[in-house]
Design a protein around this ligand. Structure first.
Ligand SMILES: Cc1ncc(COP(=O)(O)O)c(C=O)c1O
Length: 393
């Protein structure tokens, strides 16, 4: 049978037709509390008036001109991100994986421009997820992402996450960078330890390597600071962002220091749509909201409360949730499950809550950053109901 859309997703048979704040509604009129937020995308929920207004205003003015001309929105977003981060410069993309591709290219071109082209290799980590381009799937050891797509891009050495000695042992004259998610998302909400991140920065400094952070999922306020790296007292050389920065509109970026980006000169990279006026209008509006004083305090407070409420819930559901601390930072949280997390996520929808699976056995919660206490109470109630009614095998 012909499938009009390639069946690469195990899609639920549900059509979402409308969103309002922290809720989405399906074609049958059912209401769901959205603690998935499009996998950490809808940072301010659905239909936030400031974002809708920005998109509509730009839609009336100009949609697209190409990157052959200046795009004022890019310059504004760049100025604001530069002021708030380590970065001197950036390249705008339409997705996370394109930002990762740009990061890999920026790292390779950097070493080539510095006269050491042999340093094309990048150390990456077990269980990492950087997206679906050939470059991004080459940068992980996850078999399900790679199988059947070989030969992949060469030059990646995958070592265990949070294992500094393994990283040090993997550094050869061909290694030019280290790339990681500060909090592994798809892999099951695993934050890098303080010692690991600081150790990676020191190794990069010692061996002239570029530290590349993939903050596509954990960035833009998700962990309670604008970017997760701030909580480690280090800065990267290159950083990828996407998801939250568009609040639901497709946009990503690869940020870098001037030194790291030294090879990215005219003609080395491009994108027809990257940084188009519509995407930039929305990204600027997201920045208005995410940079508002007090928002990061709010994310940290809600994150702590969510974590505490989940920890109180876990012991009531023996056999469903593992008796382990809640994982993660800010509003990027995970609960280890003793049943397949995908099945639990699917079942939870029947109790009116959206969550996401992370790895085989983690249930991820990535609610909008502007949730309130009432949403946390409701989420815990609905998850408890889902755990109680989960079919026993
Ligand atoms: C850490 C990380 N990197 C890269 C990607 C890929 O982003 P996209 O799906 O926008 O290409 C994702 C998406 O889940 C991600 O979580």
């Amino acid at each position: 049978m012909i499938t009009p859309v390639m069946p690469t997703y195990a899609r639920a048979d549900i059509e979402m037709v409308r969103g309002e704040g922290c809720y989405v509604f399906d074609s049958k009129g059912r209401k769901y509390l959205d603690f998935a937020a499009g996998i950490a995308v809808n940072a301010f929920g659905h239909g936030h008036p400031h974002l809708v207004e920005a998109l509509k205003r730009q839609a009336d003015l100009l949609w697209h001109t190409s990157n052959l001309y200046r795009v004022p929105g890019q310059e504004q977003v760049s100025e604001r991100l530069r002021a708030a981060t380590f970065a001197d410069t950036m390249f705008f993309t339409n997705s996370g994986t394109e930002a990762v591709e740009c990061a890999i290219k920026t790292c390779r071109r950097h070493h080539s421009a510095q006269g050491r082209p042999e340093k094309y290799g990048i150390i990456t980590f077990a269980n990492a997820f950087h997206g679906r381009t050939l470059g991004a799937i080459s940068a992980t050891d996850q078999k399900k992402l790679r199988e059947g797509f070989e030969p992949l891009l060469e030059g990646f050495t995958v070592v265990p996450f949070n294992d500094l000695a393994a990283v040090e042992a993997a550094i050869t004259p061909n290694i030019g960078g280290i790339m990681l998610e500060p909090v592994q998302g798809e892999g099951g909400i695993t934050p890098a330890t303080q010692e690991f991140m600081k150790g990676l920065r020191a190794l990069c400094d010692k061996h002239e390597l570029l530290l590349i952070l993939d903050e596509i999922q954990c960035g833009v306020g998700r962990t309670g600071t604008l970017f997760a790296y701030e909580q480690y007292g280090i800065t990267p050389d290159i950083m990828t962002i996407a998801k939250g920065i568009g609040g639901g509109f497709p946009v990503g970026a690869c940020l870098a220091t001037e030194y790291a980006a030294s090879g990215m000169v005219v003609g080395t990279h491009g994108s027809t749509y990257g940084g188009n006026p519509l995407a930039m209008a929305v990204a600027n509006a997201v920045l208005d909201l995410v940079l508002e004083p007090g928002l990061m305090d709010h994310v940290r407070q809600m994150g702590e409360r969510l974590s505490q409420a989940l920890e109180q819930m876990i012991p009531n559901h023996e056999g469903i949730f593992a008796p382990e601390p809640v994982r993660g930072l800010g509003l990027m949280r995970g609960i280890k499950c003793l049943v397949p997390s995908r099945d639990l996520v699917n079942h939870a929808r029947s109790e009116g809550i959206l969550a996401v699976a992370g790895g085989q056995d983690v249930l991820r919660l990535l609610p909008p950053l502007n949730i309130e206490q009432a949403h946390i109470d409701e989420a815990v109630e609905r998850l408890s109901a889902a755990a109680r009614s989960f079919p026993k095998s």
